[in-house]
Design a protein around this ligand. Structure first.
Ligand SMILES: *Cc1c(COP(=O)(O)O)cnc(C)c1O
Length: 219
């Protein structure tokens, strides 16, 4: 089933769009099946959970951090993940820069936009994003490669469209700034119920969990 679901989604999206499997709570066996179906990118929300799975799956796929990251987990995170999609503060960026410097690498990140401006959620507010990107662009061991957004929980999928539109507008605006260490390449938005709308609005990474693996156990 998982294998077929992946193939079905892949057949419906253009080649240039990355289908990232959101694998929180899923077993290594389930992930293996998704890989057999053609998954090349995995998104995990927690460093510890990712670490366990990484030991078994390794670098056959690209690993993206899609959950909120605490600064004390940065060192471990950049060992595992190929990209952190959820940078939303200078404090976090500074820590990533420090660890990347030690390893002599330039580490790619996306900036998470809190497009619904929900106070309980992570991500930088749209109006604060430019300043954050400007500040992070000064760090030499980080490369900003785009934006990510979740958007609010909506009743009808169509209701998410304005939040995706807003994030795409920011994406284009930041591209025009031509800042050092900033190359707006990836726009990560859209999940199981909203990925079609996200692609219409310019996403080139879609993050799908339930649509591949089925409902999450235990809620
Ligand atoms: C779980 C998760 C997804 C996938 O959500 P589904 O509705 O299961 O497709 C996407 N992005 C993030 C950040 C997630 O935590």
């Amino acid at each position: 089933m998982i294998r077929e679901k992946v193939k079905e989604i892949l057949s419906q999206i253009p080649q240039n769009i990355i289908l990232l499997a959101a694998t929180k709570g899923r077993s290594v066996e389930e992930i293996e099946e998704a890989i057999e179906g053609g998954i090349k990118f995995i998104g995990e929300n927690y460093v510890q959970e990712a670490e366990k799975k990484f030991l078994k799956i390794g670098r056959r796929v690209k690993w993206h951090m899609i959950g909120h990251l605490q600064t004390n987990k940065v060192k471990k995170a950049i060992e595992i993940f190929d990209m952190i999609e959820t940078v939303d503060s200078i404090k976090l960026a500074k820590e990533i820069d420090k660890e990347a410097k030690k390893r002599n690498i330039i580490y790619p990140v996306l900036i998470e936009i809190n497009s619904g401006k929900e106070h309980q959620k992570t991500g930088v507010f749209p109006e604060d994003a430019e300043n954050l990107i400007y500040e992070i662009s000064k760090y030499e061991n980080i490369k900003i490669e785009g934006l990510m957004t979740m958007g609010p929980v909506v009743e009808k999928p169509e209701d998410i469209r304005p939040y995706f539109k807003l994030t795409k507008e920011l994406f284009e605006k930041f591209k025009r700034l031509n800042l050092p260490n900033v190359e707006m390449k990836y726009l990560s938005m859209g999940m199981t119920d909203t990925w079609r709308i996200a692609i219409e609005e310019g996403a080139n990474i879609i993050r799908i969990g339930t649509g591949i693996f089925g409902p999450r156990r235990g809620g």
